[in-house]
Design a binder for this molecule. Sequence first.
Ligand code: ADP
Ligand code: MG
Length: 356
Amino acid sequence: MARITLDHIRHAYGPNPVSDSDYALREVHHEWKDGGAYALLGPSGCGKTTLLNIISGLLQPSHGRILFDGRDVTDLSTQARNIAQVFQFPVIYDTMTVYDNLAFPLRNRGVDEADVDRRVRDMLQIIDLADWAKRKARGLTADQKQKISLGRGLVRNDVNAILFDEPLTVIDPHMKWVLRSQLKRLHKQFGFTMVYVTHDQTEALTFADKVVVMYEGQIVQIGTPAELFETPRHTFVGYFIGSPGMNVIPARLDGSSVTLGSQRLDLASAPTAAEGDRIELGIRPEFIRLGREGMPVTIRRIEDIGRRKIVRADFEGQPIAIVADEDAEIPAEAHVRFEPQGINIYANSWRIGGEA
Ligand code: ADP
Ligand code: MG
């Protein structure tokens, strides 16, 4: 297993990149610790697969270096990097049996047959295909084939890292949950470095110790689920994580006070912003309290979602979402207060301060 260093990685697919928008990856400079479970989370097209393929060696970055445990592997093939990768769609040998598909990566590395047999049988249990061991892969469903792909990625225990690129896309929802739990358990048991790409926040948050949020070819934040929730470093993290996402309200900053339309709020300290920066205040719906006092809002709609209500309101001409308990009273003349620890201040979308 390896610590992975991404040293000033940039990647453009086209020739002669000039501006940032020519880069599928703008600049990635991070170190991922040995044995960590990372989720790469972001919308379609933000560069997740590009980054994963650069780590595995399927793609050479236009700039920068990749190091495993401090050793430069930028020019090495996937095989030489000793990486297992599971793709979005199944990659298996149709003419082989399920058993032989799983045995293949082990036999390829000269593992003795007794050991191959033990590990393949274990893996068949994990992916729930023990009864299918002798069947040719050809006739299986997409779902079963993807389980074989997963099994092939996981059957080796000598890899530097296992990379998963949205591997559960073709799996039905119940099985998704089962496989995700199995992956989590295997990670705990064997401690391999794992990078798991997904565009689904639930999948990322339930699965990883650290979530790497990507947006437009950049990593905008790496953090625990709690850090991403409590202190989004970029407004995108605020919108993308949470349901509903963070409210982002245009603001003016004057020392340690912010103005939102006709309302003024005092902060505990003065964030540093430059002249002309676009200032916004971010507050999650969970940190807004509805009541009879505070700043006035106009209620537009109330959505019941079990134990909570989502209240849609207008605040200083801006639509905002508020989360309230199911039995919370909604006053006719509604007002709101922002909990100080939930306030974040952004300049040009990047966090410059707040109360937390
Ligand atoms: P994600 O996996 O997050 O959906 P990708 O890494 O696949 O994103 O793509 C990032 C950007 O690079 C997108 O704008 C995509 O269109 C572009 N891109 C991806 N693969 C290629 C390619 N082989 N040739 C040219 N552009 C590509
Ligand atoms: Mg992708």
